[in-house]
Design a protein around this ligand. Sequence first.
Ligand SMILES: Nc1nc2c(ncn2[C@@H]2O[C@H](COP(=O)(O)OP(=O)(O)OP(=O)(O)O)[C@@H](O)[C@H]2O)c(=O)[nH]1
Ligand SMILES: [Mg+2]
Length: 223
Amino acid sequence: MPCYNERPTLETVVAAIRATPVEDVEIILVDDGSTDGTRELIREKLEDRVDRVVLHPENRGKGAALRSGFAAATGDVVLVQDADLEYDPQEYPKLLAPIQAGQADVVFGSRFAGGEAHRVLYYWHSLVNHFLTTLSNAFTNLNLTDMECGYKVFRREVLQRIRLEEDRFGFEPEVTAKVARLGVRIYEVGVSYAGRTYGEGKKIDWRDGVRALYCILRYNLLR
Ligand SMILES: Nc1nc2c(ncn2[C@@H]2O[C@H](COP(=O)(O)OP(=O)(O)OP(=O)(O)O)[C@@H](O)[C@H]2O)c(=O)[nH]1
Ligand SMILES: [Mg+2]
C-alpha cells in the first residue's frame, strides 16, 4: 500500500483489508514522505496492525513507493492497494480468483468493465483515460479497458522479472508495457470505484496525463 498524505482514510483501509476473507495477507505500508500527520498515525496506531512499514524520508511518488513495497514483499501474490478508499478491499476474492485458479499471472482491475458500482465523475478525465488505455493497447496488443486502474495484482515471480523505473504515476503504463512484453497471462476484473473529487483530496492532474503519454511511448518503443 503506497501512501502519501492519506491520514483521513488510512486507518479505515487497513481495517478493511483485515476484514477481507482472504487469509495470510501481509500488509506492507510504504509511507512516501507524508507531511499531514500520517506518520504520527502510523507510529501511534498502525505499526502493530500492519506487517511491515517502510518510510521514505522524502516524497518520491507512487512508483517509487511501490518499488520499495515490492522489494519488501514475501508472499506468492502481490496486490497494489491505494490508501485513499477509492478501491474496496472487499473485492480481493474476485481479483485473486484468476490467479488462484491457475489461469492468470497478472490481474488488472477495471472501473469500466463489469457491472460494479462506480461513482460518476469527471467526463474529460474518463476521455483521457480511454485515450491512454487505447494508445497503450495499440502498442501492447492487449485489450485492456482500464490501464490506469489502481488495482493491479501480480504473481510475485512476474514482478521479479521486470525492472521498474518510473517514480510517479508513470508506473501504470510502464508496468503494463513490461508485463505485456513478458507474454504472461493477463486477466481483467471489473471493480467498483468510489472516486473522489478534487475537494475531497484528488491529486492527479494534467501533468500526470502528459507523463503517462510519454511513458506509453517510451516503454513500448524503447526496449
Ligand atoms: N498523489 C500521490 N500519491 C502517492 C504518492 N506516493 C504514494 N502515493 C499513493 O498512491 C496511491 C494512488 O495515489 P492517488 O493520488 O490516489 O492517485 P489516483 O487514485 O490515480 O488519483 P486521485 O485519487 O484521483 O488523486 C495512494 O494510495 C497515494 O497515497 C505521491 O507522491 N503522490
Ligand atoms: Mg486515488
